[in-house]
Design a binder for this molecule. Sequence first.
Ligand SMILES: [Zn+2]
Length: 189
Amino acid sequence: MAECLECARVREECALVFAEWLGCKDELALTRKSDKEFTARRRALDRAQGKLRECRAREAHHREEAHAGNRLPYDDEVAPKIARLHENIELGDQDGVEQAIWDLSPVSNGWRAVPDEVVEQLLTALRDEKMYSSYLAGHPLNYFEFESARLTTRQKSLCIGFLTAHGDQFTDIHSQQVVAELREGNYLK
Ligand SMILES: [Zn+2]
């Protein structure tokens, strides 16, 4: 499936919009509600969110039309991607972690759904003393926002359970923001 030019194009576009969305989130996390830039940055994030939604809808539409839906991950497909995530967390490589999270997305793989294994492994990676204070934790947490439309009821409840048990333990500002969004927004409802 890597040979389809339209898949490659739309996936590239989604990756760029994803990066823009992450950038907007970071900027907003560093802005206090009382700052005069807050409203503009909030709007920029909403715009990026809208673009992300459109882009992903185009990607799903193309796959449906051209490839008769999609496929599920192969048995041994997820584990190496999770291993790469752990490597980049160990290295403290923010770009590497961001890339590893993107590589676990159905959009970048042509997967029909979010595999249970990905959700379970991301929560396992987050359930770690070092992650609670790490600036890297926001990335795995973001996955649950980014993929919320495709999460199953069981996957959402796993995430809710995790946030109930451990959400308050995150001390980095970016992670705290994502935890608050996941708890208060519609992502896991
Ligand atoms: Zn294609």
